[in-house]
Design a protein around this ligand. Structure first.
Ligand code: GUN
Ligand code: FE
Length: 423
């Protein structure tokens, strides 16, 4: 890590979202950063700005670090396996046996280190992740995310029904361990504890109610899956006949919108569910690659949710997704929305500005002051070097688009968190 005292100015072609329709591009400009926080963007530095405090990235792009708002850390190993299965079949055949291995702390340490390394390599500096049901392994994940300096939310997974006998917990233990985990992480660091019921069908009503009480007691945010697959929704209806829909199960148990709430997938949402998700505390996470891989039966109508003003982000959802790159997630979001538009023309495809916004500023909202370069935002940034294929007739926005579609981690020359080099 470089040292970080006083003002620094980072020069390059600076890109960030102002809102879903506005992508700001400042060519050959400086981001002035004081103690890790953005002060201003300017095309000329004030007279007397110390030369040694200028970091000149020349013609490279400077982008906000990406936000992966739904990812399963323990599924890092199983990426790309069982991708021809339907969701519930995939969970039972591949996922539960794989996650059960995290009862072994050494295994957890090894895989979670690899996972964190790969997040950083791919330019994901802000992450919202699931662990497994194991208390110790969840602590290990928390510590590794913190040691790497990432901005993160994570929690101990909950499931007390409809899983395999080797990978399940009792309702009581699940609540006890979750409370312990939250109490352990009440401090103000950049990694925070959240409450993570896997999804409604693996959680009893008693468990959900208990987790809702914990969320209220500690002000803890919630992260789960909802309205992901046709099969899942059918079983959910059978298990919870007294609730109108999948969202109401969470809502009535104090787990949707009362505190910051992230719901992955949100593909099949009727008007009542959309209304609940319009709450500014809620965020829906589009996981395009996982949707295609584990045969959910549909594609999120991203444009509809964007137009309704529902908070939206992108998730890699590994191991449903196989790729941790959120840059690639931007491309896939656009591609899938075009396919959806072919079958349902009422919703236009998503454009680059919208997808980039979802991947940066919009996801970053959950952490506050990350994902853009407004004054007061943290300088959590990537330097993208495409010099081997760069030509003068391309704008910085076009170059960023090409990086999302055709680039990879080899193009990321530098990563900064709080203004410090991540090495
Ligand atoms: N729904 C419940 N658990 C999971 C999971 O691990 N991955 C995905 N994609 N969906 C889920
Ligand atoms: Fe998931």
């Amino acid at each position: 890590m470089g040292n970080n005292t006083g003002s620094r100015a980072y020069k390059g072609n600076i890109l960030y979202s102002k809102d879903k329709d506005t992508l700001i591009s400042k060519e050959n400009s400086y981001i002035v950063v004081m103690d890790g926080v953005v002060k201003e963007i300017c095309d000329q530095l004030p007279n007397g700005f110390p030369k040694e405090n200028i970091i000149d990235w020349g013609n490279h792009l400077i982008l906000p670090g990406f936000c992966d708002m739904h990812v399963h850390a323990p599924q890092f190993l199983q990426r790309g396996v069982g991708m021809d299965r339907e969701l519930l079949d995939w969970l039972n055949t591949y996922t539960y046996p794989n996650e059960a291995k995290f009862r072994d702390k050494e295994h957890a340490r090894k895989i979670y280190s690899l996972f964190a390394d790969e997040l950083i390599r791919q330019g994901t500096l802000h992450v919202n992740c699931f662990s497994s049901i194991h208390y110790d392994a969840s602590e290990i994940l928390f510590d590794i995310l913190e040691q790497r300096g990432l901005f993160a939310f994570t929690g101990k997974l909950n499931m007390d029904q409809n899983s395999a006998d080797y990978y399940i917990e009792t309702t009581e233990q699940s609540i006890i361990d979750t409370e312990r985990f939250i109490r352990q992480h009440q401090s103000d660091g950049n990694v925070k504890a959240s409450i993570v019921p896997r999804f409604s069908i693996t959680c009893s009503e008693k468990l959900l109610a208990g987790l809702g009480r914990l969320s209220e007691k500690y002000g803890a945010p919630v992260h789960s899956h909802m309205c992901e697959a046709l099969n899942e929704m059918k079983i959910c209806k059978e298990l919870f006949p007294d609730y109108k829909n999948g969202a109401e199960i969470f809502y009535k148990n104090n787990l949707l919108g009362q505190r910051p709430t992230i719901m992955a997938h949100c593909i099949f949402m009727d008007d009542d569910v959309l209304e609940l998700m319009k709450n500014p505390n809620c965020m829906a996470v589009h996981c395009p690659e996982a949707t295609a891989n584990v045969n959910a039966g549909g594609i999120m109508p991203v444009k509809k949710l964007l137009n309704m003003g529902i908070n939206l982000a992108i998730g890699s959802d590994i191991g449903g997704g196989a790729n941790l790159s959120i840059a690639r997630g931007i491309a896939t979001t656009i591609q899938h929305s075009k396919i959806r538009n072919m079958f349902d023309p009422q919703w236009e495809a998503v454009n680059l500005k919208e997808a980039f916004y979802m991947a940066t500023r919009s996801g970053g909202r959950f952490f506050k002051n990350v994902g853009a370069f407004d004054e007061g935002y943290y300088f959590n940034a990537l330097v993208v070097d495409d010099s081997s294929v760069c030509s003068d007739d391309m704008t910085p926005v076009e170059r960023m688009e090409r990086f999302c579609y055709a680039g990879d981690d080899r193009n990321i020359r530098m990563r900064y968190i709080l203004g410090k080099e991540v090495v």
